[in-house]
Design a binder for this molecule. Structure first.
Ligand code: UDP
Ligand code: MG
Length: 181
């Protein structure tokens, strides 16, 4: 019995992306949690974009949107609205608008919580080795990467940074590109 469940869950884990579990089919639905990840200006300048993408791909998350942009100050003000009273806020806005940013939306099971673990502590000196900040950053004011810190925050940030037309629905892609069986 235990073996059966072990095999069944292994099959579920190994199920190819081209065969997503569909809502309404009676089985569980494929997780649709999404988060905003952004390589900040220092990360882009230091050519760390590829490394960040590779970590998320290797972990098993799916990229659903990506763009390089100079973030308008109005967007940054809304993005960091909770930090407006903080002493570091003006420097933060200057830093975030000092160069292009690479913004991405990643999708997958518990992607918000997992991506926070992958980027590491806000304060680089507290960030564990192996995390993005723990591997590439020495100071909180140049900490390479952003990731949303809650599911609700992620939804708000994704809507702020992306048009819905810029985000891909993998279920549709899978449906059209799947090999006949
Ligand atoms: N920040 C800073 N000094 C601080 C705290 C934060 O410069 O003492 C910057 C840093 O770039 C951080 C961003 O403000 O990533 C947003 O702060 P938050 O507390 O939301 O951290 P995060 O969610 O990015 O880990
Ligand atoms: Mg934050």
């Amino acid at each position: 019995m235990g073996r059966f469940f072990e095999r069944a869950s292994l099959r579920l884990l190994l199920r190819p992306w081209s065969a997503p579990l569909r809502a309404g089919s009676g089985g569980p639905t494929w997780p649709r949690e999404r988060t905003l990840v952004a390589v900040k200006p220092d990360g882009v300048q230091r050519r760390l974009v590829g490394d960040v993408i590779q970590r998320f791909e290797r972990r098993g998350f799916r990229l659903v949107g990506m763009k390089m942009l100079q973030v308008p100050e109005s967007v940054l003000a809304e993005h960091y609205q909770d930090l407006q009273g903080k002493p570091f806020y003006p420097a933060l806005i200057r830093y975030m608008s000092s160069g292009p940013v690479v913004a991405m939306v990643w999708e997958g099971h518990n992607v918000v919580r997992t991506s926070r673990a992958m980027i590491g502590d806000t304060d680089s000196s507290e960030a564990a080795p192996g995390t993005i900040r723990g591997d590439f950053s020495t100071h909180v004011s140049r900490n390479v990467v952003h990731a949303s810190d809650s599911v609700e925050g992620a939804q708000r940030e994704i809507q702020l940074w992306f048009q819905s037309s810029e985000l891909l629905s993998w279920a549709d892609v899978d449906h059209h590109s799947a090999a006949p069986v």
